[in-house]
Ligand binder design. Sequence first.
Ligand SMILES: *Cc1c(COP(=O)(O)O)cnc(C)c1O
Length: 458
Amino acid sequence: MQPLPYCETLLEGLATDGGLAVPVEFPSVDGETLERWRALTYPQLATEVLGLFATDIPREDLARMTAAAYEPFPEEVVPLRAIDGGLTLVGLSEGPTLAFKDMAMQFLGQVVEYALERTGSVLNVLGATSGDTGSAAEHALRGKERIAVFMLSPQGRMSTFQRAQMFSLDDANVHNIAVDGVFDDCQNLVKELAGDLDFKRAQHLGAVNSINLARITAQVVYYFWAWLRATDAGGWTELSFTVPSGNFGNILSGFYAKQMGLPIRRLVLAANENNVLDEFFRTGVYRPRSAAQTLATSSPSMDISKASNLERFVFELLDRDPERVVGAWRDLDAQGYVDLSAELARFEEEFGFVSGTSTHDDRLATIRAVHDATGDIIDPHTADGVKVAREHVESGVPMLVLETAKPEKFADTIREAIGVELEYSPELQAMLGAPQHVTELPDDAAALRAFIEEHALR
Ligand SMILES: *Cc1c(COP(=O)(O)O)cnc(C)c1O
């Protein structure tokens, strides 16, 4: 199989054989390099780490893009703070949409625009969202000359905050489309149009979804950053990360960082009630659930029962043997599950993965406990992480928990947990009160095609 340059994987996430794209090999980072990186700012570190993957982009171009990508963030970009029980939160939600998706999407906006300029082409991004991904994509791509965004969302099923975050954008290249249906209907419409290759080509359609390899590589950066901030110079301290997980994108990036040589001891996967991945890491059996079996929970961005990035871990688990991966996925299609329990001992020992589940009551109790102990308010997804992290703390090993969203996005659950009415900043109040821009369409592929044909860039 022909390896693809980084810039050619930006819009598909797929390799030339139809599987997911993965790095040909993991670049390795030694102790001396790590020590040298201690002095760097976040954008500088991002240039170093991403430069190991994006070998087809000149260094000075990459430096310009990382500077622009993290410009909307506070100066530290990713601040760390201690909470009770010896845990440290890694703040990934300081970007424009208050959730960790901004970390990768802001870079993706830069690099996609760059790749389009190099080839003189345009792109119409077509996606479906139930919340965080859509708004992160729109905020990263708004105002870009060569890119338009068509983002489908289920009519009336997003929170007031999520709706405002997307629909308040008035950029001409952002098209919000509320579909008369549920999230799966939106996703099916996207699949149908993207599967029509003539239409896809004629309309320059592309995606920036969670299997996107550029997003995965951009997320590797903050594992290095957090390690550098949480350890002392000269030491070779191992530490552990807990990651609130859904599609297995965020924690996969941590796994890639570990493969590159970053001293990570455990990668703790935190699931909510939709705990297919916890089941997988405990038993070695991966059994995706149907949309109908997927519960709507108070950590909605983790309500996923088919983890699109898991294939990338299985590829490493099966020693990068494409035939074994194809075999495993054939089993999955034929019987509805795949049994990898023969490899179970290696999950923790060799790769560092352990897992746990958190429920609605756990979230409320954890938000309350952290608030009582420190005065800090954490969001429900981060609370899932803190709950599961506490079960996996080992003495002498620092435990870092990724903060994947700000509590303001989930004010109802915060009120339920601690009775506090969150105050919105003036910027957020303005966003919530701004006029909204959205087109309502029926759950109908023909109507969507017509809309795209009328508004697509070409
Ligand atoms: C997307 C998201 C997650 C899950 O991340 P994955 O990469 O899908 O595992 C967790 N928390 C929040 C707030 C998110 O937006």
